[in-house]
Design a protein around this ligand. Structure first.
Ligand SMILES: *Cc1c(COP(=O)(O)O)cnc(C)c1O
Length: 351
């Protein structure tokens, strides 16, 4: 008799480790922005509450229309997801059959190995360069006939490094057209380097490029779960087909549109975080830490075997960072006061 059991391969599924939340501690572990919703966004959320007995628009049409207009693409090129992490999974489901390969740099976003395995595809992980950035030449060399998708995280989570327009253009031109290049731009709004492209440029010339963005980081809606993809009409349609119906809830759709209305104010908050990012990195470099240049709202400590001890040192001082054991720790930029406390603890760690 066959017995009921989950897929045996789930035993080996990596766990997504969310940043910890501890009462009274400062959370610098999840790349959230420190500011809560603006009054206008709060009001839109409150208004939307009145209609929650109704199902949301399964197609998120109003939000898609709004994004298409803002980004100068067509509505059929936009797909909305329950966070862009859901869109990562949908992309693999939409293009990979069992045994097909999905490639990404490692270390990169920790959801990639999970979504690839859940979709019955195979992960191909390509090590970062010695400078903690993506090694596009090595990634190109690793493409096979079975490769269907490549995640390119720019800026890279958790290292903060970026690829330039020329580097990405050369990569996309060299990638075979049967491979979908996914530019994951979750931290785009924190980028100040003019050589870093807006990935949507590439969707205008290449049907095998998709761009992922999220309202969770710069737009401050991590708790509501909404992100979007811009791709060719065929890929965007496939994303909508594999989406769990109604998974993008009504309040999230409304809050995302209210956040786009308030973009100026929200992006101004990002500029303040960028100023803090540069201040924090400079201070850490002066202390003697190795911190790669970062274009995101976090800094990366490539501490290797010292990573866990560093995170414990921080936790003892009520500071929650995000350790990746044996590799490094990622620390989100918070308010100036939070950053000061972190810097003081980082100085103590060296003492
Ligand atoms: C945070 C993050 C996402 C997605 O966040 P959602 O909250 O699911 O929208 C996607 N990619 C990267 C690299 C991230 O760091």
């Amino acid at each position: 008799m066959p017995s009921l059991a989950p897929r045996p391969d789930l035993d080996s599924l990596p766990k997504y480790v969310p940043g910890r939340t501890i009462q009274g501690a400062i959370k610098l572990a999840s790349n959230e922005v420190p500011g809560g919703p603006l009054p206008s966004v709060r009001a839109a959320i409150t208004d939307a509450m009145a209609d929650v007995n109704r199902y949301p628009d399964a197609g998120s049409l109003a939000l898609r229309q709004r994004l298409a207009a803002d980004l100068d693409v067509t509505v059929d090129q936009v797909a909305i997801g329950c966070g862009s992490v859901a869109l990562c999974q949908q992309l693999v489901q939409a293009v990979c059959g069992p045994g097909d390969e999905a490639m990404y740099a490692w270390r990169s976003f920790e959801a990639y190995p999970i979504v690839v395995q859940v979709a019955h595809a195979e992960s191909v992980k390509v090590p970062l360069t010695s400078g903690h950035g993506l090694d596009l030449d090595a990634m190109l060399a690793a493409i096979t006939d079975r490769t269907k998708l490549v995640f390119v995280c720019n800026p890279n989570n958790p290292t903060g490094t970026v690829l330039t327009r020329d580097e990405i253009a050369r990569f996309i031109d060299a990638v075979p057209s049967h491979v979908l290049v996914v530019l994951d731009e979750a931290y785009k709004e924190f980028v100040t380097d003019a050589d870093v492209p807006d990935g949507i440029e590439f969707t205008r010339t290449h049907d095998n490029v998709a761009v992922l963005r999220t309202f969770s980081k710069a737009y401050g809606l991590a708790g509501l779960r909404v992100g979007y993809a811009v791709a060719s009409p065929a890929i965007a349609e496939a994303l909508r087909q594999v989406c769990v119906t109604f998974s993008v809830n009504a309040i999230a759709q409304v809050a995302a549109m209210a956040s786009l209305d308030a973009a100026d104010e929200l992006l101004e908050r990002c500029r303040e975080i960028v100023v803090e990012r540069e201040r924090v990195r400079t201070a850490l470099l002066e202390m003697g830490y190795e911190i790669p240049p970062t274009q995101a709202n976090f800094v990366w400590f490539p501490l290797g075997e010292r990573t866990v001890a560093f995170a414990e040192h921080m936790l003892d001082r009520k500071l929650i960072v995000r350790p990746f054991a044996g590799d490094g720790a990622r620390v989100t930029i918070g308010t100036p006061e939070e950053n000061d406390q972190f810097l003081a603890a980082a100085r103590e760690y060296l003492a």
